[in-house]
Structures are given as C-alpha cells and as structure tokens.
Design a binder for this molecule. Structure first.
Ligand code: KMH
Ligand code: ZN
Length: 302
C-alpha cells in the first residue's frame, strides 16, 4: 500500500491578525470547534496557538491553552501539537508556559534563529480592528525570532521531561545541522520529526527546488532513516507545495496560521475548508489521508 499522508491543520497561529479575516479563530471555543472540524475534514494533527479572547492578540497564557486542549480531547482523538514558538517578542518563559500544563503529544521546537518578518501586512490594513495589530506586525521588521542553541536545548529537555515529541520547525537549510547537533549530543530520540516551514520572509522561499534542497540536505546531514517530515508552505503556494510534499513522500500542513485563502481572492471560511481541499487534491493522485491513529505510528509518537 502506498504510504499515506499526515495532514496537519495549523488553526490560528500568531502571524495573521483579526483585521485580515473574520474567519480567524480567536476564542478558546472557536479554536476548539475549528480543530474538531479540521479533524473531521481529514487532519490527523492540529497545531495550536491561543489568542486573547477579547482582542485576538497572541498569548502564551497556559490556562487558555489547557482549556483548548481539554476541549478538543473531550471531542476527538486528533493529535495535539502545541506551539512553543508563541509570537515574535515573547520570552522563552512565555513560550514554554503551556507545555507542562497541556502535556501535548507534539510541540513545535523552532530549530534556529531567523528574521521572521511580516511587517508588510501593515500596508494592507486600512482600518485595523484593534490597537495592538499594526505595532505587532511592524515590530517583526526589527526583532528577530530568536532560537539560540541554549534555547533549543532547553525546549528539547522540557519536552523530553513531559513525554512530548518535538516537531522541529525548519525555516532554512542551516537549521538541519542544528538538529543533527542535538542528535549527536544524545538528547534527541530518532527518528526526529521535521516541519519544513517555507516561504517566510527571512527564511527560504517556498519553491519546489527549495523543498527538494531541504529534503536532500536532511538526507545527507541527518540521514534518511533518522527523520520523518512534513511541509508547510506559507501563503498562496500552500496547496501546490503541499501536493509536491505528498509526491516526495512527505506530509502536509495547511491552515489559517499559514494561509487565509482557499483560492485567489477567496478567504477560507474555516480550517476545515483548507484541509478538505488538500485532502481532495491528494485523493486525485491516489494519496490516502492518514487517521490520527495511523499518524501516531508514522510520526513515531509515544
Ligand atoms: N509565531 C511564529 C513566530 C511555532 O508555532 O512554533 C512562529 C510559529 C512557530 O508559529
Ligand atoms: Zn505555529
């Protein structure tokens, strides 16, 4: 049987702002409902951030994350992946606060520092809904997304302590060597799980050549038998690059964290719409979608 594809839905993130789309989930209940619906549409994994329910601002509040995680677990068996990236400008303490409380199966572990810039959003928003939005996105022009070796080690050790598998967010090719460093250091169990997040301003652009380059380099540096992978292409190439990932034997992340549009000029009304479209495209060329139970095995969870 051809290998199945694990679909991850990145539900809300900490890049897009409420003024960009009325469909961006904000409150815990909206995030829970979106995650459950995305699972029903084919997502085996959900990647979660939380936002202040009053104004949509990204937050690391552990109480909110616990409410979301518990709410999802009550309703379905989707694999839960919590962010530890948080939002640009958060401290490590804020980014890690939810992990001991939510104890998710998976958590993002950002594999290196990068300029993660989305200040261009400010130019497109004429009348922001909330005061925090424009300064928040503009700040990313001057503040890097810091993930030093010391930070990464701290994140890995905390995940090891709570039985959470790190999902390494790789924004550029050099970060693969950082992962290899920690494998060699003996604090990471292989196969590791890598999420190639491509198309961020400051990271490697989203293209077929670059995805191939990342995969070939991972094969050389980490060893093909030592990792499993997925790809999240940000913006308009989400579906095209997603299809290529599946063809190359990888998995796919879609969702409103990475892309707000179902097609050119048409906002996605939900994460489930994005997941259903990706699942349908995969089905067209004979790739089946993995259930959460199958994904647990494919991603070496537990
Ligand atoms: N919020 C971005 C800066 C993660 O979840 O770990 C990074 C991010 C990655 O969303
Ligand atoms: Zn994220």
């Amino acid at each position: 049987m051809a290998k199945k594809v694990v679909l991850t839905a990145a539900i809300t993130g900490a890049v897009h702002i409420p003024s960009m789309s009325p469909y961006l989930p904000i409150t815990p209940q909206q995030i829970i409902d979106e995650a459950v619906a995305a699972h029903e549409a084919g997502a085996a994994v959900v990647h979660l951030h939380t936002r202040n329910p009053e104004n949509g601002q990204p937050t690391g509040d552990p109480g909110l994350m616990k409410e979301v995680v518990d709410g999802i677990r009550e309703r379905c068996d989707v694999i839960i992946g919590c962010t530890t990236g948080g939002a640009i400008g958060m401290t490590n303490e804020e980014r890690l606060a939810a992990l001991p409380v939510a104890k998710p199966e998976l958590a993002s572990c950002n594999a290196g520092s990068v300029n993660f810039c989305f200040s261009g959003i400010a130019d497109k928003i004429k009348e922001p809904m909330y005061d925090w939005e424009i300064p928040f996105v503009q700040n990313t022009y001057q503040v890097p997304f810091a993930n030093t070796f010391k930070d990464i080690e701290e994140y890995i050790l905390l995940m090891n302590k709570y039985g959470t598998k790190p999902e390494f967010e790789v924004y550029d090719v050099g970060m693969l060597s950082n992962i290899q460093y920690f494998i060699k250091k003996g604090i990471l169990k292989t196969p590791v799980y890598i999420q190639f997040v491509i198309g961020v301003m400051g990271g490697i652009p989203a293209s077929v050549n670059n995805l191939n380059f990342l995969k070939r380099t991972a094969d050389e540096v980490i060893g093909a038998e030592n990792y499993v992978w997925s790809c999240a292409a940000t913006g308009k190439s989400e579906f095209e690059i997603g299809a290529v990932s599946a063809i190359l034997g990888g998995n796919i992340r879609v969702g409103l964290e990475d892309n707000l549009y179902l097609e050119k000029g048409v906002l996605a009304k939900s994460n489930a719409e994005l997941v259903a479209k990706m699942a349908r495209i995969c089905g067209e060329f004979g790739k089946e979608i993995a259930t959460s139970e199958e994904a647990r095995q494919m991603l070496y969870l537990g």
